[in-house]
Design a protein around this ligand. Structure first.
Ligand code: COI
Length: 364
């Protein structure tokens, strides 16, 4: 798919936001990448165009049946001026796994990755440089056919939009409060839980707002069948350090296979930490906590990086983990991952890819 990426210049560039007030996903850069899919033409017409509203028919399938997939990755600015992406090939691969599940035509992984690099290069002045900041990259595909029958779309659009971000939870190192949801469920095996698709997040919103009403930051989901086993948190995978070992729920078809999850497991193994991917019953976890054996809890995710959990609420019980402070292992993972991502630490695993920077971006 050796296609040329067209470019349309914006009439006016935006004013950049105050770097100290970025939050997460509130500002968008000047340009986005777009590409179309039609049954007869395949993926075609790749272009970088000004970021802005798009026109779709109100009957488009995305609005009614949610045929969609998305990804999340980040570009980091190093102290010596390079731009790094972290394991972006894994996001491209997962995007295609999500596409398969959602009956969306697969994308050309290396072509879309090249397009992302070109877009990031063009928007490099938007990469924020304060600690914990990055340029969040959100690729997504939507079904666009105007049709109310429940059928897969024939036509699709792929977009990549960029957002300069700070940490997902405001202060990345402040432990978050998690509410174990035992009424609603997020996903079941055979469903779409492992895919990165809007429906999983739509299913989470009611419980998320209930958690917030109760003073918690996010929901910890239990499995959809027995409602006993821990699965994942709203925007992260979850890890528990129990009596010297680290446990994380095994990927079972209803859990998102996180890139940061995989990276944390690889680092822990490399450090000789016992890490077990297993079924974890919430009852057992609370028992361990009562015996003082639950040493650390933390979430992993592209947006969240490593996010310590300070409180867990399940039914009428609340446990405070590690005095409500970040634990040493979560801190080591955070420092190592962000060190590799921002080029401060040696990338022993070959996880980063550098974005080639053009002196003058090509204009057509
Ligand atoms: C990410 O970590 O990139 C995610 O996609 C989580 C998110 C839904 C904010």
């Amino acid at each position: 798919m050796a296609q040329t990426i067209a470019f349309r210049q914006a009439d006016q560039l935006k004013q950049k936001p105050d770097p100290g007030q970025l939050g997460f996903g509130r500002y968008f850069t000047d340009y986005m990448f777009v590409m179309d899919y039609a049954p007869e033409a395949g993926w075609h017409d790749p272009r970088i165009v000004p970021y802005g509203p798009i026109a779709l028919e109100p009957s488009a399938i995305i609005f009614h049946y949610g045929q969609e997939v998305f990804e999340g990755l980040k570009a980091y600015r190093t102290e010596d001026g390079r731009i790094l992406l972290f394991r972006p090939e894994k996001n491209m691969k997962r995007m295609n796994q999500s596409c398969k599940r959602m009956n969306i035509p697969e994308i050309g992984e290396s072509f879309v990755l090249e397009a992302i690099k070109k877009l990031v290069d063009r928007e490099k002045d938007w990469i924020p440089a304060l600690p914990g900041q990055s340029l969040y990259i959100r690729p997504f595909v939507i079904g666009t056919d105007p049709l109310l029958g429940v059928h897969p779309s024939g036509n699709y659009k792929l977009f990549v939009i960029l957002s300069p971000v700070g940490s997902y939870f405001g202060d990345s190192i402040k432990p978050v409060k998690i509410y174990v949801e035992d009424d609603y469920v997020r996903a079941v095996r055979g469903g779409i839980g492992f895919a990165k698709t809007a429906g999983n997040y739509a299913a989470s919103l009611r419980a998320q707002s209930r958690a917030e009403e109760l003073g918690f930051d996010q929901v910890l989901w239990l499995d959809g069948v027995d409602r006993k086993y821990v699965e994942e948190v709203g925007s992260m995978n979850i890890f528990f350090k129990v009596h010297g070992e680290v446990w994380t729920p095994a990927l079972n078809g209803s859990i998102l296979p996180g890139v940061t999850r995989d990276s944390a497991i690889r680092l822990l193994k490399h450090w000789g930490v016992i890490i077990k991917e297993r079924k974890i019953s919430v009852k057992k976890l609370f028992k361990k906590a009562e015996k003082g054996e639950l040493e650390e809890v933390f979430g992993t995710g592209t947006a969240a990086v490593i996010s310590p959990v300070g409180f867990l609420k399940w039914e009428d019980r609340v446990i405070k983990v590690g005095n409500g402070k970040i634990g040493p292992l979560a801190q080591k993972l955070y420092d190592t991952l962000t060190g590799i991502q921002t080029g401060r630490l040696k990338d022993e695993f070959g996880w980063t890819q550098e974005v080639e920077q053009e002196k003058e971006p090509v204009t057509e």
